[in-house]
Design a protein around this ligand. Structure first.
Ligand code: ADP
Ligand code: MG
Length: 389
C-alpha cells in the first residue's frame, strides 16, 4: 500500500503503472479527463483476476472539490484528503475517495468463470464469450450491474458504484478514516464473542435479503469479500453473483452457506444447519415472523430467536445428504433416480425445500447442460464433496 503523505517516489509510481497495459491506461485517462477521477494512488489489493487501486474523485462528481490540477502523466502520489491544489488557505470538505477495480487483461483465470455468465438470463445474448477482451468487459459490467442493483435496493450496504469503462470499475472507497481501506471481516478485530455472533447472523440475513430482495446469489460470499465499515457489514466482489434463475444458483447458494458456516464455526460460533439457512433464504414467508421482510434488524432478531441451532450428530448427517443433492431449479431437469441414489427416501425433504421454485418452472435445462455441472472439486476443496464424484 502506498499511502505515504510525501510519497512521490517515481520508481514506486512506475511499478503501479507497469501492471497497467496501454489500453487500460487509455480508459483511466478518459475517466480523468471527464473529471470522474483525479489523483490515482497506490494499489490496495492485487488479486488473481483484478487489482484494486485508490483514487480521489475528479471535479465532475462533486462541485466542492478542487479542479483536477494534473494531467494523468503527472499524477501526484499523495494521500491527503484535505489538500487543495489551488488554494492552500481554503478549508475544504474531505475529498471523495474511490476504489478502482481493474480487471486483468490476461485471460487465463477467466476461463473457468464462464459458467457464471453461461446460462445467466441477463447475459444470454452476449455471446462474446470467446473473445477474452469482451469477456473481461462483460465481467466488469456484470459486477457494476450487480453492485448497482444491491446499492439501489438499500437493504444491504455495498460501496456506491460510480462508473464502469471496459475493464475499469470505479466505486466508493470504504476507508477507516485514515486513508486505509476498511478491514475485511477476516481481519476485523471483533470486540467479543457476541460481536462475532452478530456478524454471523448479519451474514445469514444478507444471504436472504440478497436472494429475496435483490434477486441475487453472491456465489463467492466469505470473510474475504465482506468489509466492516462504520460498524456495518459491507458486501463486495459481486462480479460472479447470479440471479435465482441461473441454473446453478442454488448450488452457489449452498456453497456460500457452507463457506460462511465453516468460517464462523472456526470462530467458535454455534451455527445453524446448512439446510436450515437454505430454507430460511429461499422461503418467501417465514413462520411466526411479524417484522418487515426488508429490515435487517427484524430479520436478525428472527434468526437469533427462531432458527434452531445445529444438533451435531443429527444435523451433520442431514447436511451431508443436503450437500450431495443437485439443487437445480427445475426438478424435471434431473432424473429421479439421481435423487433416489442420494436421498435414501428423503426425496420429499428436497421437494419441500424447493417446492415454491418448482412452480415457476424455469426451463433451465434447455439453456444449460446439467450433466457437466455437478459441483467440481476445484471450486470447493472440502473433502465433503469428494464422496459425490
Ligand atoms: P478480488 O476479485 O481480487 O477478490 P475484490 O473486489 O474482493 O477483488 O477486492 C479485493 C480487495 O480490495 C478487498 O478484499 C478489499 O480489501 C479491497 N477493496 C475492494 N473494494 C474496496 C472498496 N470499495 N473500498 C475499500 N477496499 C476495497
Ligand atoms: Mg475478493
Amino acid at each position: 500500500i502506498s499511502r505515504g503523505k510525501t510519497n512521490k517516489d517515481k520508481a514506486n509510481r512506475a511499478t503501479v503503472e507497469n501492471v497497467l497495459d496501454p489500453r487500460t491506461m487509455r480508459f483511466l485517462k478518459a475517466l480523468t479527463s471527464r473529471g470522474i477521477i483525479s489523483d490515482f494512488n497506490g494499489c490496495i489489493s492485487t488479486g488473481k483476476e483484478a487489482n484494486v487501486y485508490h483514487a480521489f474523485a475528479g471535479d465532475t462528481i462533486s462541485p466542492f472539490e478542487p479542479k483536477t490540477h494534473d494531467s494523468f502523466e503527472n499524477l501526484v502520489n499523495t494521500y491527503d484528503p484535505y489538500s487543495n491544489p489551488n488554494n492552500n488557505d481554503t478549508i475544504l470538505e474531505p475529498r471523495k475517495e474511490y476504489a478502482i477495480k481493474i480487471y486483468k487483461t490476461s485471460i487465463l483465470v477467466f476461463k473457468d468463470r464462464e459458467r457464471y455468465v453461461d446460462g445467466e438470463y441477463r447475459f444470454r445474448n452476449s455471446r462474446s464469450q470467446h473473445n477474452p477482451r469482451k469477456m473481461i468487459k462483460i465481467w466488469a459490467e456484470k459486477e457494476f450491474r450487480n453492485l448497482k442493483r444491491i446499492y439501489q435496493s438499500k437493504v444491504i450496504p455495498v460501496p456506491k458504484p460510480i462508473e464502469v469503462k471496459n475493464n475499469v470499475l470505479v466505486m466508493e472507497f470504504l476507508n477507516r478514516g485514515d486513508g486505509f481501506a476498511s478491514p475485511r471481516l477476516k481481519d476485523y478485530p471483533y470486540k467479543d464473542h457476541n460481536d462475532i455472533v452478530h456478524y454471523y447472523h448479519t451474514m445469514i440475513v444478507y444471504i436472504r435479503l440478497l436472494y429475496q430482495v435483490c434477486r441475487l446469489v453472491h456465489a463467492d460470499l466469505s470473510e474475504y469479500n465482506t468489509l466492516v465499515h462504520k460498524n456495518k457489514l459491507y458486501v463486495i466482489d459481486v462480479s460472479q453473483s447470479v440471479e435465482p434463475e441461473h441454473p446453478m444458483s442454488l448450488d452457489f447458494l449452498r456453497m456460500d452457506i457452507k463457506n460462511i458456516n465453516n468460517y464462523f464455526e472456526r470462530m467458535g460460533v454455534a451455527i445453524f444447519a446448512e439446510r436450515i439457512i437454505f430454507q430460511f433464504t429461499i422461503s418467501e414467508t417465514l413462520d411466526n415472523f411479524n417484522g418487515n421482510y426488508s429490515n435487517e434488524d427484524d430479520l436478525r432478531m428472527y434468526v437469533k430467536n427462531n432458527l434452531p441451532l445445529k444438533v451435531p450428530g443429527k444435523d451433520d448427517a442431514e447436511d451431508e445428504i443436503f450437500r450431495s443433492l443437485h439443487l437445480v431449479r427445475n426438478l424435471g431437469g434431473l432424473e429421479e433416480r439421481d435423487f433416489d441414489r442420494y436421498t435414501d427416501g428423503k426425496f420429499d425433504l428436497l421437494k419441500s425445500l424447493i417446492a415454491h421454485d418448482n412452480e415457476k418452472n424455469f426451463s433451465a435445462s434447455e439453456q444449460y447442460n446439467f450433466e457437466d455441472n455437478t459441483l467440481s472439486n476445484d471450486d470447493d476443496d472440502n473433502e465433503d464433496d469428494i464422496s459425490n464424484s
